[in-house]
Design a protein around this ligand. Sequence first.
Ligand code: SF4
Length: 195
Amino acid sequence: MLLIFFSFAFEQNLEHSSCTYCGQCVAVCPTGALTEVDHTPDVLRALADPAKTVIVQTAPAVRAALGEEFGMEPGTLVTGKMVTALRALGFDYVFDTDFAADLTIMEEGTELLDRLNRHLKGDKTAKLPILTSCCPGWVNFFEYYYPDLKDIPSTAKSPQQMFGAIAKTYFADIIKVDRKDMVVISIMPCLAKKI
Ligand code: SF4
């Protein structure tokens, strides 16, 4: 007899539950019963495909956390080693998500100034304050629990998403690669980024 000790609220299944895909349950599950969907086989397939141009972006936290997995002091920066390893794995281009974070800041700053100016001119549609988060789990939480405030968060994409958009358009044109032959991989410190 199989005893179930938990289910989603109101006996709903996952996609109808109030799950915000934050990934915390997977992060803290002591037995590994809950685990993330592993996309490594997809990445290895793309790297092995000569017709594909495979690009990787790495979040800043990764280069400060990776070293610990190899017995280094916590916080040891392994940027050079990480980039070398990624190139050795077969990635055609290695980028740091940092520059896309600058793009996000520019977009959010522009949006804030626009809302401020319109607000000062009495435009009721110019909502303040402006809230922002690069966390999809947070965005989901906001949309599920405060749908009436959906026009408060910034409309700017997260750095990860900004990078993907720029890579598949502007950069694809620069290196003359058809975007359908380009695979963009993100190495991020948080499961929620998969959503
Ligand atoms: S992903 Fe987050 S919101 Fe969803 S069930 Fe797990 S802990 Fe709860």
